[in-house]
Design a binder for this molecule. Sequence first.
Ligand SMILES: NC(=O)c1ccc[n+]([C@@H]2O[C@H](COP(=O)([O-])OP(=O)(O)OC[C@H]3O[C@@H](n4cnc5c(N)ncnc54)[C@H](OP(=O)(O)O)[C@@H]3O)[C@@H](O)[C@H]2O)c1
Length: 334
Amino acid sequence: MKALVLRRHGALDDLAVVNDYPTPKAVDGHVVIRVRAASFNYHDVFTVRGMPGIKVPLPVIIGLDMAGEIEELGPGVSGWKTGDRVLVNPVNKKKGLMGEMLDGGMAEYCLVAADQLVAMPAGVSFEEAAALPVAYGTAHRMLVTHNTVEPGERVLVLGASGGVGTGCVILAKLLGAEVIACASSGGKLDRLKALGADQVVNYRETDWSKWAIEKYGKPQRRSYQGGVDVVINFTGGETWLPSLRCLKRGGKLLVCGATAGYDPKEDLRYVWSFELKIIGSNSFYDDDLAALMQLIAAGKMKPVIDKVLTLDEAREGLRLIESREVIGKVVVRP
Ligand SMILES: NC(=O)c1ccc[n+]([C@@H]2O[C@H](COP(=O)([O-])OP(=O)(O)OC[C@H]3O[C@@H](n4cnc5c(N)ncnc54)[C@H](OP(=O)(O)O)[C@@H]3O)[C@@H](O)[C@H]2O)c1
């Protein structure tokens, strides 16, 4: 079958489309999916480069997120039939992540454990479903499942134009928050405004933390005046300290990643004297994915899909993510 395969860690050039990758056969407790849509995440960039402490069994088909139809059922699988439309939760409970520890979605077919399947309701396309798990599932768990955003709160989203970021903007608006979306270009900010962001800040031109303090007032130690209620930060690096500075007393700093560095400079004085809450969130569960698909089916949200590409064009899609030229998600139709 045709697949996008990583043969060694390095640059994106080390990814290649091959036509002769072995087509999987359904084994005990598993199904084979005909992949109709898959999507990239920044995680795929990390997988191609290689991550410290994670030994990827190469060669591997990359791509964590996928949706499709069941092509073949293995022995012992019940509750599903061929042709069922399914979204795959990319977390395999025994072996780890699809597209990293196991072959992933950037291929015509994929072998999936039956307990990773989530039924797709009518009214949700394969492209929309495949855009969800890693980015929107993570945003859903961080904001909705952990109950971190209240109506009327000021929520500042860094990296708002990305996969997790657009998910946070959409979900924070649905929760009734005032959303401040921060991104690196005017074009991205226009799209974020169209998506419902109340305020937008270009952090290439403006010190976003100072902007927030000027706009909402200096956070106070003895009152709840000034600052923002929530900062969503999966960038890390130099954005960490400014995030602490613009949070109001009792404010929440939500973190689920560190694209620009996981060991930033810290200043604990802000944490205690403003009684800040640092709330980590990791991954997503089937309930998050099912809830997101219900929101789409009910017409309440649409994941932001920047491009839909073929498998032959897929590597270029990952390059666009790496070079920050994407709004939302890049989807591939294998
Ligand atoms: N813990 C979990 O379960 C989990 C799940 C999903 C994702 N994550 C993590 O969350 C982060 C975001 O993932 P994603 O898939 O949403 O990525 P993405 O689609 O590439 O979006 C990230 C956004 O961050 C901004 N950014 C700021 N500084 C950056 C830098 N130095 N390098 C690259 N982008 C930078 C970019 O927007 P601008 O160009 O506008 O600044 C970019 O659009 C990643 O670190 C990922 O590993 C964690």
